[in-house]
Design a protein around this ligand. Structure first.
Ligand SMILES: *[C@@H]1O[C@H](CO)[C@@H](O)[C@H](O)[C@H]1NC(C)=O
Ligand SMILES: *[C@@H]1O[C@H](CO)[C@@H](O)[C@H](O)[C@H]1NC(C)=O
Ligand SMILES: *[C@@H]1O[C@H](CO)[C@@H](O)[C@H](O)[C@H]1NC(C)=O
Ligand SMILES: *[C@@H]1O[C@H](CO)[C@@H](O)[C@H](O)[C@H]1NC(C)=O
Ligand SMILES: *[C@@H]1O[C@H](CO)[C@@H](O)[C@H](O)[C@H]1NC(C)=O
Ligand SMILES: *[C@@H]1O[C@H](CO)[C@@H](O)[C@H](O)[C@H]1NC(C)=O
Ligand SMILES: *[C@@H]1O[C@H](CO)[C@@H](O)[C@H](O)[C@H]1NC(C)=O
Ligand SMILES: *[C@@H]1O[C@H](CO)[C@@H](O)[C@H](O)[C@H]1NC(C)=O
Length: 901
């Protein structure tokens, strides 16, 4: 029993895990177009259920032990196969035979050891082969057939020599990666297999190389690039290497971390007979470059000396580098740079000097850099004058003849800038003085002479006091960053920015600015980005401000991005955002805003991003937000104390639910009030009960009443008579005006005949014969005919009433004459109907002599056929033969009871 219970309980899980298990045999591979990604699936078999037309198969990071060619046959379109990170220890020659299009084969991180001679026999199309991180030892010539191979990676194996073949082969090889092996010496014969190859890069990094046998590199057809990073060469080893590289085609040499502690005038002397263009000497604990030690690199274009410990850069250390255009000296000079140290670098365009230590920028430090465009001195520590580091009008005099465009002086602990400090740099476009300790009043002359300047970064300095003329000399400025520079007061007239007609970016954030004039941004017609976050501008927009509202945004007709975060705003004037037709992003986050004026955002026709999070907004109403929300692509409004009542929030919740706007962090939209909803999610607020309840109800009631009215009117119009009639009938029935079931003899007549005067003769002729005679000469049927039976001396009116009362039925002879007979119409008919109603519908018989449409009947006599039972409606036959049948019908109608059945 218990087992059963447990089974039931766990069965679904067992089934589930079974499914996961069986699923892992293939269908879980991700297939996009012709690429199948089966990596990281713990596979032990090659999936057999993939589309046969896949061209790329990734089965890396699994548990395969072999690559049986038969299992790949169906994927004969494969161009690329990645079987890296498995446990494959054996390869079959048929692999390439079954995959004739194979271009790239990755077998890194497996357990391949011996490669038989024919293993790649059929891989003639292969262009990339990665055998890195195996335990391969090469004998004979496994690669001899790889005529198209461009990249061969045998890094991190157990190779003890570079010999991958015993005779010339691999003529297409461009990149040979042999890093992290056990290669100790390079012998000429070990490279003979490459004697007809042109290697762009030979990577021998991280090998315990100690010896370069004569002619080893010259045995290679062409060697353009050599990477010996992390080979412990030291200065002597480097010299030996250069001897072997002499007269080769080498262009790119990487000697990072080779313990080259010192460069003498002989270290690279053999490189004179090369055309080396790129040299990497980074990370070498290099302490000294002797004068003239680099003169051998006449063709060098790029030199990297990053991360070294050069104590003193001599005035001729860099001599001879006439063609270098990129020099990286980041974190490499520790004490001193001589004047004229760069004088021979006539072609240098970019000089990275970040993070160096030297006493000061001397008047001839950069002399000779005739082509320098970019100079970065970021994080340089200048040890002279440690309390005051001033940029004087001589500091950059050595750059007077350089076409410098970019100067980076961040984090250099500059404390002040003298007048004319940059007057040498007439072509400068960008000046970065950010993150320094500048503490001064900016009078304007500091930037004198920067006639082409476009960008000045002054952000994060100690204290910049602006004046009216701060930027008077730099009208070409496009970007000005003044974030966190302590300029609290912008109540300056005229405004310091008034000359900057071309300014597009102005950053005044984090300055605690409390005072600005309305005209502070006047004339900045090109301004697109204005950062005013983290200031103290709330007072300027208060209606109670003694100086009146300060609408400082007016005229910024090109503004696209406005940041007003953290300003303490609790009021926003209704018209403050008018005249900003281009504004796309408005950030009002982290203020104290609650109620916003109606239509405040309506003028922002281009706004796509609005940030209002962390305010005191309680209500989000259509009048304020309806228009602006309609175009929004992004909204942030979380962390406000929303009032979750119908009036405050219902419209917002409905909008949120239907909106396509990107609204991150909806779980931060929490209700604050009323207490019932405190801390519940705004998005969960149920708008159904409010859904404008009074209006909706009114609407429903209204519509219903109207529809009902229309229905009733139509009903009355079309069948009102019927209702009236049935009503009368029912009332009479209820009140008991039933036919007093008088026995036959209590009536004097069987029927009173109503007819038009003009029909008199016809009635006499056709009805009197019907009366018949009994033996006592009494008529069998007695009709009451006005002309015959009315008592004399009584008024006609009374006579009619009496006669009708004394007759059991009333017969109407309906003819066209009757419809026109006024007497009939007005009185007789009315009375007959009255009686009929009082007694029963069956007391009236209509005989139609002419064909009378119902509407005429109704119009003339207020009668309708539908009021009567069919047996009470008789038609005078047109054919004589049928007259007898008519009489029978009439008799039966006369005999029928008048009571309601
Ligand atoms: C290859 O296919 C055979 C037969 O389908 C199968 O038994 C074997 O496990 C497969 N091997 C691999 C590594 O996929
Ligand atoms: C590859 O095969 C799959 C199904 O096997 C098919 O949906 C797809 O269209 C094929 N792709 C091409 C390029 O033939
Ligand atoms: C060397 O390669 C070139 C093409 O790269 C070829 O024409 C020439 O025959 C090859 N020489 C030898 C000896 O294989
Ligand atoms: C290298 O410098 C030494 C002195 O340090 C000098 O005697 C020698 O001539 C220089 N060699 C070359 C090739 O300049
Ligand atoms: C270096 O380049 C020059 C000109 O391109 C060429 O004449 C010379 O042979 C090249 N030197 C070497 C060693 O390749
Ligand atoms: C540099 O400033 C000093 C005063 O500080 C002045 O005497 C000298 O003429 C200025 N030099 C140049 C080149 O402007
Ligand atoms: C100046 O250099 C610093 C540090 O390398 C960098 O972060 C900054 O972006 C640079 N300034 C410019 C304008 O490129
Ligand atoms: C402003 O930009 C325009 C157009 O790029 C240019 O013609 C004008 O010279 C610039 N004004 C200043 C003061 O640099």
């Amino acid at each position: 029993m218990r087992m059963l219970f447990i089974c039931c309980l766990y069965l679904p899980f067992i089934l589930l895990s079974f499914c996961v298990q069986c699923g892992s045999t293939g269908s879980v591979c991700k297939i996009t177009n012709e690429v199948a990604d089966c990596s990281h699936l713990k596979l032990t078999e090659i999936p057999s259920d993939l589309p046969t037309n896949i061209t790329t198969l990734d089965i890396s990071h699994n548990q395969l032990r072999t690559l049986p060619p038969a299992n790949l046959t169906k994927y004969s379109q494969l161009v690329s196969l990645d079987a890296g990170f498995n446990s494959i220890s054996k390869l079959h020659p048929e692999l390439c035979q079954n995959l004739p299009l194979l271009n790239g084969l990755n077998l890194q991180h497996n357990q391949l050891h011996m490669l038989s001679d024919n293993v790649f026999t059929y891989c003639t199309r292969l262009r990339e082969l990665n055998l890195g991180f195996n335990i391969i030892a090469i004998k004979n010539d496994p690669f001899k057939t790889l005529k198209n191979l461009k990249l061969l990676d045998v890094s991190h194996n157990v190779l003890s020599s570079t010999k991958l073949g015993s005779y010339q082969q691999l003529e297409s090889l461009q990149e040979l990666v042999m890093s992290q092996n056990k290669i100790v010496e390079l012998k000429k014969e070990d490279f003979l297999f490459l004697s007809n190859s042109s290697l762009k890069i030979l990577d021998l990094s991280s090998n315990p190389l100690t010896e370069f046998h004569p002619g080893c590199f010259r045995a290679i057809g062409n060697l353009y690039g050599l990477n010996l990073n992390r080979v412990h060469l030291g200065p002597p080893g480097t010299e030996k290497l250069c001897l072997e590289l002499s007269s080769t085609s080498i262009q790119n040499l990487s000697l990072s971390q080779v313990q080259l502690s010192h460069i003498s005038n002989s270290t690279f002397s053999r490189m004179q007979k090369t055309n080396l263009t790129i040299l990497d000497l980074s990370n070498n604990y290099l302490s000294a470059i002797e004068n003239g030690a680099l003169v051998w690199f006449q063709n060098l274009k790029s030199l990297n000396l990053e991360d070294n410990k050069i104590a003193h850069l001599f005035s001729h250390s860099l001599d001879g580098l006439n063609n270098v255009n990129f020099l990286n000296l980041r974190n490499s000079i520790k004490q001193k740079i001589d004047d004229f140290a760069f004088q021979s670098l006539k072609r240098l365009e970019c000089l990275i000097m970040d993070d160096n230590t030297f006493p000061e920028i001397t008047p001839h430090m950069f002399t000779g850099l005739e082509n320098l465009k970019n100079l970065s001195l970021s994080k340089c520590i200048m040890t002279l004058g440690t309390t005051k580091r001033t940029i004087t009008n001589r500091t950059f005099s050595s750059l007077a003849h350089s076409p410098l465009q970019f100067l980076n002086l961040t984090r250099t602990k500059i404390t002040d800038i003298q007048a004319g400090a940059f007057s040498w740099l007439g072509e400068l476009k960008s000046l970065d003085l950010g993150i320094n300790e500048i503490d001064q009043e900016i009078k304007g002359h500091e930037f004198q002479g920067l006639s082409n300047i476009e960008t000045i970064y002054l952000s994060y300095n100690n204290l910049l006091t602006l004046t009216s003329d701060s930027f008077a000399f730099v009208p070409s400025l496009r970007k000005l960053r003044l974030r966190k520079v302590g300029c609290r007061n912008l109540n300056i007239s005229p405004s310091p920015f008034r000359t900057l007609q071309n300014l597009t970016i102005l950053d005044l954030g984090n300055n605690n600015i409390a005072n600005m004039r309305e005209d502070v941004f006047d004339g900045l017609h090109q301004l697109e980005i204005l950062d005013l976050q983290h200031n103290n501008l709330a007072r300027l927009w208060k209606h109670a401000n003694p100086d009146g509202l300060v609408l400082f945004l007016k005229g910024l007709q090109n503004l696209r991005l406005l940041d007003l975060e953290f300003n303490g705003f609790d009021e926003i004037p209704g018209k403050v955002f008018h005249g900003l037709p281009q504004l796309r992003s408005l950030n009002l986050a982290s203020n104290n805003l609650n109620l916003l004026p109606e239509f405040v955002f309506n003028d922002l026709a281009s706004l796509t991003s609005l940030f209002l999070q962390k305010n005191l907004v309680t209500a989000v109403e259509k009048e304020v937000f309806g228009t602006v929300f309609a175009n929004l692509k992004e909204l942030e409004m979380g962390e406000n104390p929303f009032d979750c009542t119908c009036e405050s929030i219902a419209w917002f919740v409905n909008w949120l639910n239907g909106s396509k706007t990107y609204i991150p962090g909806l779980n931060q939209y929490l209700c604050n009030t009323p207490p019932k909803y405190h801390s519940t999610l705004v998005i969960h607020f149920d708008t159904l009960p409010c859904d404008n309840a009074p209006f909706k109800l009114l609407y429903i009631v209204n519509t219903t009443v109207t529809l009902l009215l229309i229905f009733v009117v139509l009903l009355i119009h079309f069948i009102g008579w019927r209702i009236k009639f049935l009503w009368s009938v029912s009332v009479n029935r209820v009140l008991g005006f039933r036919e007093i079931d008088r026995p036959q003899q209590q009536f004097d007549y069987d029927a009173y005949i109503i007819h038009a005067q003009k029909d008199k003769n016809w009635v006499f002729k056709n009805f009197i014969p019907l009366e018949g005679r009994k033996e006592n000469n009494e008529p069998i049927i007695r009709f009451c005919l006005e002309e015959r039976d009315f008592e004399a001396g009584i008024s006609e009116f009374e006579a009619i009433v009496n006669s009708i009362n004394r007759s059991r039925k009333t017969i109407f002879v309906v003819t066209n004459h009757l419809l026109k007979d006024p007497w009939c119409k007005r009185f007789k008919v009315h009375h007959a109907i009255q009686q009929a109603i009082e007694q029963s519908r069956d007391s009236i018989i209509l005989i139609f002599r002419h064909d009378i449409p119902d509407y005429k009947l109704n119009h003339a006599l207020c009668l309708r056929r539908a009021m009567f039972k069919s047996r009470c409606l008789l038609e005078w036959p047109a054919q004589k033969e049928r007259v007898n049948a008519f009489y029978l019908q009439l008799k039966s109608a006369l005999k029928s009871s008048s009571r309601i059945q």
